[in-house]
Design a protein around this ligand. Structure first.
Ligand code: RTP
Ligand code: MG
Length: 156
């Protein structure tokens, strides 16, 4: 029997628009850490979809910059199934700000590939509950899936 602390768990990972330009290297980082990807797709968020995905941040000063960034090009989203997937993936990506990541977690993905606090290349759900919501957002169990491209966003 597995220990509670080793529970199999799912999380939502995302390679953000600037990360897609470094796709091969970032996928390498994912696989060399042993993460198992069970679903994956490329899509574009329009502004309404981005608002919904990042709803919790709507009152933050960085909200508009975040929406501009996340709608600036295609993203890649994936489901990770692993023991402690939420925490392990968050640890692999590192702190939000890549410059801080380079100090406290120099081997993390954001430390190596992040540009600045907005353009930080990757996303990870911050809790098991967020993971359920975010996986349902991109991989709905019923109803229509978000289109792979959207004329409403900056993706063409
Ligand atoms: P994420 O949700 O993308 O995994 O990142 P996170 O938990 O580390 O950071 P969060 O606080 O959830 O912020 C979401 C995204 O907003 C942008 N951000 N900009 N200018 C700023 O101070 C700032 N703070 C956050 C980043 O793209 C961050 O990943
Ligand atoms: Mg977050």
């Amino acid at each position: 029997r597995r220990k509670l602390s080793e529970k199999k768990e799912k999380t939502l990972g995302m390679i953000k628009p600037d990360g897609v330009e470094k796709l091969g290297q970032i996928l390498d980082e994912i696989y060399k850490r042993g993460f198992l990807l069970t679903r994956l797709r490329m899509c574009c968020l329009d502004r309404n979809q981005a608002f919904r995905f990042y709803e919790e941040h709507r009152d933050k000063p960085f909200f508009n910059a975040l929406i501009d960034y996340i709608t600036s090009g295609p993203i890649i989203v994936f489901e990770i199934v692993n023991t402690n997937a939420v925490d392990n993936w968050r640890e692999a990506i590192g702190p939000t700000d890549p410059s801080r990541a380079r100090t406290v977690a120099p081997t993390s993905i954001r430390a190596q590939y992040g540009i600045d606090v907005t353009r930080n290349v990757v996303h990870g759900s911050d809790s098991a509950a967020s993971a359920v919501r975010e996986l349902e957002f991109f991989f709905p169990s019923s109803g229509p899936m978000l289109p792979n491209t959207s004329k409403g966003g900056n993706c063409t």
